[in-house]
Design a protein around this ligand. Structure first.
Ligand code: IMP
Length: 434
């Protein structure tokens, strides 16, 4: 389809990078529309792992344009490092990378601010990635201090803006007990360097995308994080600072939501979460540890162990509705191999009441007890399976149940990290029904 969107339906890390990489070959442009270097996408091609944060995963396909959209917050230091890694992988950046002139920049003081805020919050800390994401989005919405990519090419404007900003930031940092201070001239010099580094790639991304659509080009939107981390729809305040659900596509790219014909919701076959916040199906036992070890559930960006738990169909359905998902990609199914029994959460109980959706308040969600439906597991290795028919019956039943509970058909199943460890569910195989 001409415009497709890949969105996580859990708390991020759903292996969206792999799904985007698979679909990118059938698209002309892959667009990131929110988040920043807090995201970690891992793509494995012929056994080699590529880690990406800011640059859309689709860049590994020659000829595909990777666009960092206006809704992304760009850390120029992280971007330069990543550009170098991608270049070394043989990618022609001049041909393939584009950066929106409307994207906002993460400045060194954003990271300093975040460190003091998280430290001061103690038990109430969000457990962020400390990449400066929250402070940068705060400044964007606050309008007084943020610097956009396009500002790098307007020296007078930049000097004036940064001068006011540093005056304020340094006073705030001092009041909060931070040791760092930021000086105007060295920062302006850095900005000059960043301007030169980015110059070949900076464009008016909004008209670029609309012109591409008019020419009949195919666009793929790559979501970062997941719907449950969305600042409006997620488990607030334990969320990221952007719209990481489908809602972010329109604001973060300038392409209206009604142009997206295909919304693929990505879910892991279980659930994980990094950082703080409620997680009703979290497992604190050896099954949780087994999933963590088998699934290598350690953060791509921060290396933190991820919290692991059973598939939460209440949360996934909530996200699927918000995103208008029309099909699902289920990833990491192979990680569940070997477990005797699997549980799926089909409702919550809170203060004796049965809840069928995600409550708004984090304290309520934290008090929810999951209602589980039990399913038999499977023992056979499925990492070499390439069609639904070859999957063990128990795995097919498990997928079928996910479809029913989440409310969309499964169209892609991932059974390992490599590109080819993938089952594309053809329409006649929709006889996932057993
Ligand atoms: P921030 O995005 O760095 O502000 O972090 C806010 C919350 O989102 C924290 O709980 C992070 O662990 C989580 N988070 C941010 N990016 C990702 C991601 O790519 N995957 C999973 N969790 C993430």
């Amino acid at each position: 389809m001409a415009v497709t969107s890949v969105i996580g339906l859990q708390w991020g890390d759903e292996a969206k990078g792999k799904i985007v990489d698979l679909l990118a070959a059938d698209h002309d442009i892959v667009v990131r529309f929110q988040g920043g270097a807090n995201a970690g996408h891992t793509v494995t091609v012929d056994g080699t792992r590529y880690k990406m944060s800011l640059i859309p995963s689709g860049i590994l396909h020659p000829g595909v344009i990777a666009l960092i959209g206006n809704g992304v917050v760009v850390d120029p230091i992280a971007l330069a490092e990543e550009m170098e890694r991608v270049r070394q992988a043989g990618v022609d950046l001049t041909a393939q990378l584009r950066i929106s002139d409307r994207a906002h920049l993460i400045m060194p003081y954003h990271k300093a601010e975040e460190r003091v805020h998280e430290r001061a919050a103690g038990q109430a800390a969000i457990g962020t990635t400390l990449r400066g994401i929250g402070p940068c989005y705060q400044d964007k919405v606050g309008r007084r201090f943020s610097v956009r990519v396009g500002d790098l090419y307007r020296p007078r404007w930049l000097r004036e803006r940064l001068s006011n900003t540093l005056d304020y930031k340094n006073r705030v940092l001092a009041a909060l007990g931070a040791e760092e201070r930021f000086e105007l001239e060295p920062l302006l010099k850095q900005c000059q360097q960043w301007a030169e580094q980015m110059r070949p790639y900076v464009i008016d991304s909004v008209s670029f995308l609309h012109d591409a659509l008019e020419r009949g080009q195919r666009i793929l939107f790559e979501g970062a994080q997941g719907t449950l981390l969305d600042v409006d729809h997620g488990t607030y305040p334990y969320v990221t600072s952007s719209n990481s659900s489908m809602s972010g596509v329109a604001s973060g790219s300038g392409i209206p939501a009604n142009r997206v014909q295909d919304v693929i919701g990505v879910v892991k076959a279980y659930t994980t979460r990094v950082g703080s916040g409620p997680f009703p199906t979290e497992l604190h036992d050896e099954i949780g540890q087994q999933i963590r070890d088998r699934g290598n559930e350690y953060g791509t960006v921060t290396g933190r162990p991820r919290r692991c738990g059973w598939f939460d169909a209440v949360a996934a359905r909530y996200s699927a509705r918000i995103c208008g998902v029309n099909r699902l990609a289920v990833t990491l199914l192979d990680v569940l191999t070997g477990l005797d029994e699997l549980a799926i959460c089909v409702a919550y109980v809170w203060q004796g009441k049965l809840l069928k959706t995600v409550p708004a308040h984090p304290e309520v969600l934290a008090e929810c007890q999951p209602v589980y439906e039990l399913h038999p597991g499977w023992q056979d290795d499925i990492t070499t399976v390439r069609s639904v028919a070859e999957l063990p019956v128990a795995a097919r039943r498990y997928l079928k149940r996910i479809e029913e509970l989440v409310g969309a058909p499964v169209s892609i199943v991932s059974v390992g990290p490599d590109r080819d460890q993938t089952i594309r569910v053809t329409p006649h195989e929709q006889a996932l029904t057993v």
